[in-house]
Design a protein around this ligand. Structure first.
Ligand code: SF4
Ligand code: SF4
Length: 261
């Protein structure tokens, strides 16, 4: 599920699943008295694709971006590292918010910010592809919900440029699914570091995998190396698969989940 507005005042209406053609009423415009209220005092989790878009936007190496704008903690239930935006200490505002102009990274804002006032729920279908539906999310002081402007869920997804985000987030969801299947609850420190590098720090992973001494690369087909060397999104998906194999998948020689040797 994703929402930028993980605050104590957030309400998720789980009474109704919304699908592509279902309609809801909402509008967010700068004239509204609550404009930018939702960009304060929030828990904003970043996915790997969010981080990629934002670090490109800022013209930064992913390592520099992560150090400057984010903090990482290990989820108590998931056992995996989670990256969150550092909210400014004195103002409690998102660091990408300009109080007068609004979101300064609007075209590359995280998927959760795009999804609100919806929350996306994903699940595995019988054919093993990923299905989804949505719930309505309400922040207590968000008056956008009072606006009668109708949207179908599908129109909202298109309007907010969400399809691309959902597409890449679904690849990441496969990594989380692999953890669940592996039965591994707690990662050890090296595994946490590997997960963090491969899933969140794409420039470090590139250096590690494509430039460093690396047996995995030497075992890989040249066509694959060429593809991931020249296309960041291919590299990101490769890094997800590497994480699944290395941390959660075991290996042909011993089949021990999490062995990764
Ligand atoms: S309408 Fe809702 S989403 Fe838009 S600025 Fe106001 S609080 Fe934020
Ligand atoms: S990234 Fe932009 S839209 Fe999202 S919380 Fe920050 S300022 Fe608001």
């Amino acid at each position: 599920m994703s929402s930028p507005h993980s605050s104590p005042d957030m309400y998720i209406d789980t009474s109704k699943e919304l699908h592509e053609n279902d309609v809801f009423n909402f509008a967010c415009t700068p004239e509204k008295s609550c404009f930018t209220h939702c960009c304060y005092d929030l828990s904003l989790i970043l996915t790997p694709y969010d981080i990629y878009r934002l670090k490109k936007r800022m013209g930064m190496d992913s390592d520099t971006f992560l150090k400057k704008y984010t903090a990482v903690h290990v989820g108590s239930e998931s056992g995996i590292p989670v990256v969150m935006v550092n909210i400014e200490k004195e103002t409690y505002k998102c660091p990408f918010l300009d109080e007068n102009k609004g979101c300064t990274v609007y075209e590359d804002r995280p998927g959760a910010c795009r999804t609100y006032p919806l929350a996306r729920i994903t699940y595995k279908k019988d054919d093993m592809t990923i299905g989804d539906y949505y719930y309505i999310v309400k922040e207590s002081d968000c008056i956008g919900h009072k606006d009668p402007k109708p949207w179908t869920v599908g129109d909202w997804i298109n309007h907010e440029g969400l399809r691309e985000y959902n597409h890449f987030n679904d690849f990441f969801a496969e990594v989380l699914e692999a953890r669940k299947k592996s039965g591994i609850i707690h990662l050890h420190a090296d595994q946490i570091n590997d997960f963090y590098m491969a899933c969140y720090n794409i420039d470090d992973f590139r250096r590690f995998f494509l430039e460093g001494p690396n047996l995995d690369r030497m075992m890989e087909e040249q066509a694959v190396i060429d593809k991931i060397s020249n296309d960041d999104m291919e590299l990101m998906q490769y890094a997800f698969n590497w994480t699944k194999r290395k941390i959660f998948g075991g290996c042909p020689s011993c089949s021990i989940a999490g062995c990764g040797k």
